[in-house]
Write a protein that binds this ligand. Structure first.
Ligand code: CMP
Length: 140
């Protein structure tokens, strides 16, 4: 099934100047970029984006980090995009990620794991709605 999913290149990724490298990995896997922009995240957006983490002890630090620079927001489309992007990014903890995944190659620890990726098609739909207008998503 053709799906859409969202990747954010987090501030720790933006600072490493690896935006092109990250996009290349998704495109090389047959995924299509259908939305792309810099976004300055805000607390109201993060309260909704990370609603499932709101009670976790790391939530305030996570928000502070996510607002520390603009992030690169990417909407990817393709066959099984959610699972494909999962595999390309690797698990949350870079220490557990396989070589060749983005998080293993460029990540440091859980808070600095370079990229966010949507957990599911439903999560992607919610995340797209939070930071993209319909006119910013292209059908290629
Ligand atoms: P992500 O999966 O993109 O979304 C939630 C983020 O919270 C996750 O990436 C990590 O960056 C961060 N995170 C998850 N668990 C922890 C933790 N135990 N300590 C600090 N940060 C965490």
């Amino acid at each position: 099934m053709i799906e859409k999913t969202v990747v954010l290149i987090k501030p720790d990724g933006v600072k490493q100047h690896i935006t092109g490298e990250i996009i290349k990995r998704f495109e090389s896997a047959g995924l299509t970029v259908v939305g792309l922009k810099f976004v300055q995240l805000t607390q109201p957006i993060l309260d909704v984006w990370y609603a499932h983490h709101k009670d976790k002890p790391f939530f305030p630090g996570l928000c502070e980090q996510m607002m520390s620079t603009p992030v690169v927001a990417i909407v990817l489309s393709g066959e099984g995009a959610v699972e494909k992007v999962f595999g390309i990014c690797g698990p949350t903890d870079p220490a557990e990620a396989a070589p060749g995944t983005i998080r293993k190659d460029f990540g440091v620890d859980k808070p600095h794991n370079v990229v966010h990726r949507s957990d599911s098609v439903d999560a992607a739909e919610k995340e797209i709605g939070l930071i993209f207008t319909p006119a910013e998503i292209f059908v290629l």
